[in-house]
Write a protein of this length. Structure first.
Ligand code: UTP
Length: 303
């Protein structure tokens, strides 16, 4: 195996999901369904389609549903078999055979950097990917595969980025780029959630990374930063001082499904694309009846 083969991916899923409360009070954000699949399944499928074999999910309290989802469900399978629902049965079996799954528990939500550090023993001394499951990327070439391609060629950490509106930079990690090819930049600096006036660009890190194992020794020394959390961005900045780091503009449509509005937009777009629901859903949207409350308002205005 080449030293630059990327076989393992970490999916941090131990966050508190405060932007989606109250839905996430007792249920994991990662299990919110986008049409008929939980968000985290999209992340796993992207990883697998990018050549990843081992998936390490960082979980926390109240996240057991994630483990159950990627495990076999013998009772359900028996039931589907008995009732002749072969297609659904195959779909259910397929989920548990997508990859080799490992789970590490982050006992306290101490930040994304800390969550990644929890995977150190399972990653060992090889490069690995990180996928944030609430960022959904819909692309003909999977987002992570685009990064892995650059990693193999350039042999330095690669961050997935996309341009965001200037007034939104304070929601992201923003890179200071030196462009070296179309859509590819050397990372000269990195700043977490800058005020628009301080942002070095509008290229935002969007939840896809390919990292060398050297990041772990840096993370171990990283002090809590913004919000008292151990920030992956701070460790990346250190890594960029020691070795080349690249930012690749991912080609594809991105949805921030960890945010209520982003989730609604993703739901509408994925529903419209769904072969069995799309045509009817599109008809519904085009001919949407006026909701009851609005009808009443219109009548009372006329009166
Ligand atoms: P986010 O900040 O987007 O997720 O972290 P969050 O903390 O769950 O949600 P909000 O912001 O409070 O609404 C990015 C990713 O890192 C994981 C989260 O689960 C999410 O997938 N994370 C974050 C951890 O695994 N552990 C942490 O301590 C923090």
């Amino acid at each position: 195996m080449s030293r630059f083969e990327v076989r393992k991916a970490v999916i941090p899923a131990a966050g508190l999901g405060t932007r989606f409360l109250p839905a996430t009070k007792a249920s994991p954000k990662e299990m919110l369904p986008l049409v008929d699949k939980p968000l985290i399944q999209y992340a796993v499928e992207e990883a697998v389609a990018s050549g990843i074999e081992d998936i390490i999910i960082i979980t926390g309290r109240g996240k057991r549903a994630i483990e159950d989802h990627f495990d076999r469900s013998v009772e359900l399978e028996e039931n589907l078999k008995g009732s002749g629902k072969a297609q659904l049965l195959n779909q259910m079996r397929h989920i548990s055979s997508l990859a080799n799954f490992c789970y590490v528990r982050q006992s306290e939500a101490l930040g994304l950097g800390h969550a990644v550090l929890c995977a150190q023993r399972l990653i060992g001394d090889e490069p690995f990917a990180v996928i944030l499951g609430d960022e959904i990327i819909d692309a003909p070439v999977p987002g992570l595969a685009q990064l892995i391609h650059v990693y193999k060629k350039r042999q330095g950490a690669v961050l997935g980025v996309q341009e965001v509106p200037h007034h939104d930079v304070n929601r992201y990690g923003i890179v200071a780029p030196r462009t070296i090819a179309t859509g590819l930049h050397r990372v000269e600096g990195l700043i977490e959630k800058p005020a628009p006036a301080e942002a070095p660009s509008n290229l935002a890190v969007i939840g896809r990374y390919v990292l060398p194992p050297e990041i772990f020794s840096i993370l171990r020394k990283t002090k809590p930063g913004k919000n008292g959390e151990i920030q992956l961005t701070d460790a990346l900045l250190e890594l960029a001082k020691k070795s080349p780091m690249f930012a690749l503009e991912i080609q594809g449509q991105r949805y921030d499904a960890g945010d209520k509005l982003g989730f609604l937009i993703a739901t509408v777009e994925f529903a419209l694309k769904n072969p069995s629901l799309g045509p009817e859903f599109s008809d519904y949207l085009k001919n949407r009846p006026q909701p009851f409350g609005e009808r009443r308002t219109t009548r009372s205005r006329k009166a």
